[in-house]
Design a protein around this ligand. Structure first.
Ligand SMILES: [Zn+2]
Length: 445
């Protein structure tokens, strides 16, 4: 049985040994599927050669061990200056490689230190793995392809490594790709904060408003003022200029708005409509919760209110809303005010919008009962009025204002992908991975 395995192994390997090289992988910017990666074989280039192979059937799963060695008397480039040098000495290293069918596969090689007249004795980096990694480049590439498509935990199970190790690989390549981000043309920014877990582990996400696809350019732990200063520093490090930023789109948080004013003096601040609706939706729900303690409310009302008003409602939710609209509940008052926002939103010009906002505020104050249960609505209206100029900005802005709304879906996807690891670092990494213009993560290692 063991012999049969070994022979099968050898014949397949012989056929594939020279099927591809690392140079090809690095220059081909084409996204490769897992089969192509496997087809590229070991990715070992001269002077390195596959010199031995052994299938260890004593372990479960079985382990295929491949031994790689350099031709005798080979010279190796000095890691600093690149000059060919003789080997000073060797030390043995092992890397996990792509599974060979169901077997785990390891590559072992004696890696030299070069003795350079200029730079001294230094360990070289082998062509099949990056410095410091215990995995081959092909293994890491396959791992990253999986992580781009599925939760990290699921990917770790498929390639059979620990999740911590997989996170380290992902963090390395995402970090390198972020270093390469070019923000020299960035002119309009949107920002929003979100929590990795309910109510904790906040991150603030900055997007390029002009990018439809993969708009995320910066993710940082925390929320509020200091995140804007951090973004400014990041922007400058990546070739951008604060003076080029003409517009910043955000919510109505005083901290964000003040920080944008301090860090991006020439930018106009636009409050996006999504956050206006979000504020009033929250308020309707607050009133509903308070009122539920005193009166009987229609069933299914909670989700009917919270669901995006344009989303599909269940029959029970439709009935609940109809009952609400016909009622004299406080929740109904809050709801009517929120629904009136649609009318404001559909204004065709900034003049019309300004007129509708004035009307909306007057109409709302007429509807409002003095009962303190409606205080949250009063506060929301005050916030709305304070920011009305920035809200109006959306009617003159040349940038799309729907982008921040799209971020919500991204945040949900990132939370699902980072399931089980929702600290700020892993959450930020996943947001970058699925929504930043990182290009090929393998561009350079
Ligand atoms: Zn050197």
């Amino acid at each position: 049985m063991a012999v049969g395995h070994r022979e099968a192994t050898r014949s397949v390997l012989d056929g594939h040994e020279h099927a591809g090289t690392l140079t090809q992988i690095e220059t081909d910017r084409i996204e490769m599927d897992a089969n192509t990666v496997l087809g590229l074989g070991l990715g070992v280039t001269p002077p390195w050669r596959l010199v031995g192979q052994r299938l260890d059937t004593g372990k479960q799963p079985h382990e295929l061990h491949l031994e790689i060695a350099a031709d005798r008397g080979s010279q190796f480039p000095c890691p600093v200056c690149g000059k060919p040098c003789k080997a000073h000495d060797f030390a043995e290293f092992t890397w996990r490689h792509l599974n060979f069918f169901q077997h785990h596969c390891y590559i072992t090689a004696k890696v030299p230190r070069t003795d350079c007249a200029e730079d001294g004795v230094l360990r070289i980096t082998v062509p099949w793995a990056r410095e410091g990694s215990r995995f081959t480049l092909l293994f890491e590439h396959a791992a990253l392809m999986l992580v781009r498509e599925m939760p990290v935990l699921a990917a770790a199970r498929i390639i059979e490594i620990t999740d911590q190790r997989l996170w380290r690989i992902v963090a390395h390549y995402v970090g390198k790709a972020i270093e390469r981000l070019d923000l020299s043309k960035l002119a309009a920014v949107g920002l929003d904060e979100t929590a990795a877990k309910r109510g904790q582990n906040y991150v603030t996400v900055f997007i390029d408003i002009d990018r439809r696809d993969k708009p995320v350019v910066f993710v940082t732990p925390g929320s509020g003022k200091e995140t804007v200063a951090k973004f400014k520093a990041f922007l400058i490090e990546h070739g951008g200029s604060p003076g080029r930023i003409v517009e910043v789109v955000c919510d109505m948080s005083g901290a964000f708005i003040a920080a944008v004013g301090e860090n991006f003096e020439t930018a106009a601040v636009t409050v996006d409509w999504f956050h206006v609706v979000q504020l009033f939706t929250k308020v309707v729900d607050e009133v509903r919760r308070a009122e539920a303690k005193r009166s009987k409310l229609p069933k299914a009302l909670r989700w009917a209110i919270l669901k995006r008003a344009d989303g599909r409602l269940t029959e029970a939710q439709v009935t609940a809303l109809a009952e609400l609209e016909a009622s004299d509940l406080f929740t109904a008052v809050a709801w009517r005010i929120k629904e009136k926002l649609r009318w404001v939103r559909h204004a065709q010009s900034i003049q019309a919008a300004r007129w509708r906002i004035t009307n909306f505020l007057r109409h709302a104050s007429e509807l409002l009962d003095p009962d303190p249960i409606l205080d949250p609505v009063r506060r929301a209206l005050a916030t709305f009025e304070t920011h009305s100029k920035r809200i109006l900005q959306r009617w003159t802005s040349s940038h799309s204002n729907a982008r921040l709304e799209g971020l919500n879906g991204l945040f949900q996807a990132a939370r699902a992908r980072a399931r089980g690891y929702r600290n700020v670092t892993t959450f930020a990494t996943i947001i970058y991975l699925i929504a930043a213009p990182l290009g090929s993560l393998f561009e350079s290692t």
